[in-house]
Design a protein around this ligand. Structure first.
Ligand code: APR
Length: 319
């Protein structure tokens, strides 16, 4: 069987981290693509030279030509500009929409059978636009947000309860923005729901509310310290989605997926739990939500709808 091919569109902070992880895990040969000349080639050569030290044996190449992504099995898109302190994800819309157009057309022409994971922000609108521009089936284009948001939620919950992150499962719904909805009732420590842990006196509602707020602002917290957006955890999150697809793992992961007819949503990309296997997004799982989570999700959906409308306003071909 031929080796798998992983194409990474955008060779910046996240792209470089993705390439390192994909090579270390030997997911396949890696192609780093970027419009900046020299950057993908230089990073690729540097990464290739990690192979003898780290013991991986895949090819890593860099390119400025979309032809080199031909036949990719998985494509992860980080092309665009990241946030600077004081910017919201939505502030990136105009610039990154143009980037999604170029990337979508490049994918359409060269790798229409790939499973595409979008990371570029504002995520829910950009993954929608990328799908429109690429023309790929909705189940083959998905956004990475929920895996990262729930990883942040789990990190803070593990710290709060003084337990291993391995024993924490957490749940985040909605758009990848300040309106995301971390759901405490579906978040557990070794199966014990967070509300029960509060009743057991292991935390308080106030402390959990503060953690939920910190999770929703988790990206901004890092931008404030770093001066640019996070890259280690976003890359690790997208790699777990790629592994679920390549290994037909049927993993249930929160992703920005195309939802039609579930959660009262009529054709929109939004963060929901999905099954990822060899058919891409194989199922959107609809779970029962309490009134507060429903209301939170509605606010989040409205925010995503506004961004999609803004995209249509900027680029007439999307209307
Ligand atoms: N085609 C290909 N690559 C592009 C294009 C384009 N049209 N426009 C910009 N790029 C490249 C840049 O040259 C840069 O190398 O995208 C890369 C982005 O890298 P960084 O600036 O380091 O940004 P990064 O931290 O990787 O984040 C990328 O992911 O999480 C989101 O908000 C974040 O939208 C941002 C994206």
């Amino acid at each position: 069987m031929a080796r798998k091919k992983i194409a990474l569109i955008g060779a910046g902070n996240i792209g470089g981290t993705l390439a390192h992880l994909a090579a270390q895990k030997e997911l396949g040969d890696v192609v780093l693509f970027d419009i900046a000349e020299g950057v993908p080639q230089g990073k690729a050569l540097d990464l290739l030279q990690c192979g003898p030290v780290e013991g991986f044996d895949v090819n890593v190449t860099g390119s400025n030509d979309y032809k080199d992504i031909a036949g990719a099995d998985v494509i992860i898109v980080t092309a665009g500009v990241p946030r600077k302190p004081g910017m919201s994800r939505d502030d990136l819309l105009g610039i990154n929409l143009k980037v999604m157009k170029a990337v979508g057309e490049g994918i359409k022409a060269n790798a229409p059978d790939a499973f595409v994971i979008c990371i570029t922000n504002p995520l829910d609108a950009m993954v929608w636009a990328l799908r429109e521009f690429s023309g790929l089936p909705h189940n083959k284009v998905v956004g990475m947000a929920g895996v990262l948001d729930s990883a942040r939620f789990s990190t803070f919950l593990a710290q709060e309860f003084g337990v291993s992150v391995r024993d924490v499962t957490s749940f985040v719904l909605g758009g990848h923005g300040d309106t995301m909805v971390p759901v405490a009732s579906y978040s557990t420590v070794k199966g014990i729901p967070v509300p029960d842990l509060i009743k057991m006196g292991r935390s308080t509602q106030e402390r959990i509310d503060a953690i939920i707020k910190r999770t929703a602002g988790g990206g901004g917290e890092i931008v404030g310290m770093l001066g640019t957006s996070a890259f280690y955890a976003p890359a690790a999150s997208a790699i777990s989605m790629a592994e679920a697809y390549l290994g037909d793992q049927k993993r249930i992961l929160p992703c920005a997926a195309f939802v039609e007819g579930k959660y009262g949503i009529d054709g929109l990309y939004v963060g929901v739990p999905v099954v990822i296997g060899s058919d891409g997004v194989e199922e959107v799982i609809e779970i029962a939500l309490d009134d507060a989570a429903k209301a939170g999700l509605k606010v989040s959906i409205d925010a995503v709808e506004e961004l999609v409308a803004a995209c249509k306003g900027i680029d007439g071909s999307l209307a």
